[in-house]
Design a protein around this ligand. Structure first.
Ligand code: FES
Length: 154
C-alpha cells in the first residue's frame, strides 16, 4: 500500500464518518415529524400507553380514607407536604405541611395542634392558625373534596 492509497482510505473513512454525523443531525433537525408521529401512535399501542391516558382521565388520586384521620387530630402526609385534620367528627381540613417559620415540614399532630419539630411552632388543627410561635403566619389551607369515604385535593 502506497502512502497516497493509505491517505485515500483514511479520507474515505473520515468522509463516511462525516456523512453519518450529518445524517444524524438531519434527523434531529426534524422534530416536528417525530412529534407528530408519537401521539398518533399512542392510541394504537394498547399496553405501553394505557397508563398515561388513565392518569389524565381520572379524578385526582385519593389522599386518604376518612378513617385514616383521627377525630380531634390529624395526619401528616409527608410526600404530599400536607396535613389533614378532623377538628370535629366528620369535618376535614387540609393544610400545607410546610412550616411558615423557616420551612420545615411539620411532624406530628397532638392535643389539637400541628407541631413543627424545628423550633416548636404549633398550629391549630381547626384553621392552621398559630397556636405557638415562633411562626407568625398560619399554615396555608388547601381545598379538599370528601366523598365516598375518600379525601382528595379539590
Ligand atoms: S421552621 Fe417550624 S418552627 Fe421554625
Amino acid at each position: 500500500m502506497t502512502e497516497s492509497t493509505r491517505r485515500a482510505v483514511v479520507f474515505g473513512a473520515g468522509g463516511a464518518g462525516l456523512a453519518a454525523v450529518l445524517t444524524a443531525c438531519a434527523s434531529y433537525g426534524s422534530p416536528t415529524t417525530e412529534a407528530v408521529v408519537d401521539p398518533a401512535e399512542e392510541p394504537a399501542g394498547d399496553e405501553a400507553s394505557s397508563a398515561a391516558p388513565k392518569k389524565k382521565a381520572k379524578a385526582p388520586k385519593a389522599l386518604a380514607d376518612i378513617s385514616d384521620i383521627p377525630s380531634g387530630g390529624g395526619k401528616i402526609f409527608e410526600s404530599q407536604k400536607l396535613v389533614i385534620t378532623q377538628p370535629t367528627e366528620g369535618e376535614f381540613k387540609a393544610f400545607s405541611a410546610t412550616c411558615t417559620h423557616q420551612g420545615c415540614t411539620v411532624a406530628s399532630v397532638s392535643n389539637g395542634v400541628i407541631n413543627c419539630p424545628c423550633h416548636g411552632s404549633q398550629f391549630k388543627i381547626e384553621d392552621g392558625s398559630v397556636a405557638q410561635g415562633p411562626a407568625g403566619e398560619p399554615l396555608a389551607e388547601k381545598k379538599i373534596n370528601v366523598s365516598g369515604g375518600k379525601i382528595r385535593l379539590a
